[in-house]
Design a protein around this ligand. Sequence first.
Ligand SMILES: [Zn+2]
Length: 595
Amino acid sequence: MNLTGNSVENLNTSFNALETFLGDQKTLEKVRELLKHADDGSVSEEQRIVLNQIEKTLKCYIVESDSAKALRESMMKKEGALQKSRNNLKTQYTDKDGNVVDTTPTVIRTKMRSDPEESVRKSCWEMLRKNGPFLLDNGFCDIIKERNRFARELGFEDFYDLKVTNAEGFSKKKCFEMLDGLEQATKPLLDKALERLKKEKGENATKPWNTGFALSGELTKLTDPYYPFEYAPEVWGRSFSRMNIKYKNATMRLDLCDRKGKYPNGFCHWPTAPYKTQDGTFIPSETNFTSLATPDEIGSGNTALTTLMHEGGHAAHFSNIVQGSPLFSQERAPFSVALAETQSMFLDALCEDASWQARYAKNRKGETIPWELIERSIKEKHPYKVFQLRGMIAVPYFEKALYEMDEKDLTPENVLRVADEVEMKIQGGLAGRPLMSVPHILADESSCYYHGYVFAEMAVHQTREYFFNTGDGTIVDNPRVGKELIENYWVHGSGNPGFLGLVNNLTGSPLKHDAWVKELGVEVEDLLKEEKAEYEKALAASASSNKDEIDLEMRAIFVHGDDVISDSKDSGFLGACEKFRGWIYQEWPKTQTMA
Ligand SMILES: [Zn+2]
């Protein structure tokens, strides 16, 4: 990020201190000793909850047997070597004149969606397919074998079982029972969508390098004026504030725009995780959030807004965790990926609702996005939404197959064959994003957790259905939403009752795929009718009230690297947003004149 005072040395020191703390066998023993006295009155109920959480957390990091420790060291070393050798895989494609071009993975993905030349898209896809053989030639199979040996040493079925149990608190068996149900329920929808694709866009569109291109229309360009980049923070703040979402005096630093030398991935992290001290004082959270926006680029406003709704959702979730230790609100295991993503995805999903767009998608003159564009978007996207679901579930199915292979069968040929088989079965053909190119499968941290996104999406649909079926049946601008999310989903953090328990408590039903599948299966005509009615209702409701104060009970600081652009402490949230707008007009003057 190139910030003043940055120091690799300090980073390593604090990283090692955290590792030492989380891996301290003595702390674990002390906690267990104290828990033994939980019944004789020397430990209060509140202390017992905290002690259990410390034990649960440390158990994710401490390996108690020597042979397992040795295996872990060896597999981490092998993974490190593979990650390093990965830099030797050149990212290249062949342009339309036959020249080989060096490039980046981001460009490869963009070209597959947008390059009009089929041969170029195909060459990009072939590049993605090279990831598999490369990883397999550089020791991937050995890593899988060692991860499994390590997990079995600790008493798990295999590495997948270990990961899902630590991260979500339920077994691999339970995980795939839920996924199997979703897979079977959506297979007919996939077949229908593939048929429709052939009929609408021709047989050629089903080729893996053509599908994404065939389905990406002109819409981004047409809707762009209704998502002015420089207004995104205000829109996010207003939308959250009307839902009564509060940040409990958290501080959030937002570094939204790209610049030279900036870390090439957007992310959100918490240098201070919130908690309650023993005397009951609440320590609010601190969040840093970075993204890579180029304000005058087509589509950047929409991306910024969706990202703010998503990351701002994570930040809202974490800032409302009120428990007796920061171990309930730190983002690593045992924090459930599914629980965390449910909150952010529930909030960013609003951007696709006509009811939300009628209130918030406005151009620089204050004109609302016309219904015709929403209608077109529904017609173009809705029938194919199942592709995304099937692409998501393909990853856990592939990793399950991978970790269930016998050691003697774990050969490069077999792994590639299994990857292709899963793509054919789950996605109905070879995938535009080949399974072996999905970055998550490689690193220990991110492997075997993709199901978390699937369950989160499942929970999002079930939670939406709950709000639609209760109260006045709305989500957008409804103050009840923030209150219920805070009280039911957010306050507990990674403590009990955990992801499945929380969903059950709020929605009154165990987590199921029904709401998601039902929504995918709605006919386009019916969906248009529903959304049109929502759009008109929202227009009527929003006519009068766009000037109210925004109070998120948060200090928002807009920064660009070391420069502070504005601070809500000085000028209130709206004032800070206004200053931010001025800064954008100054740095990217083209934005001001974009119609
Ligand atoms: Zn997220």
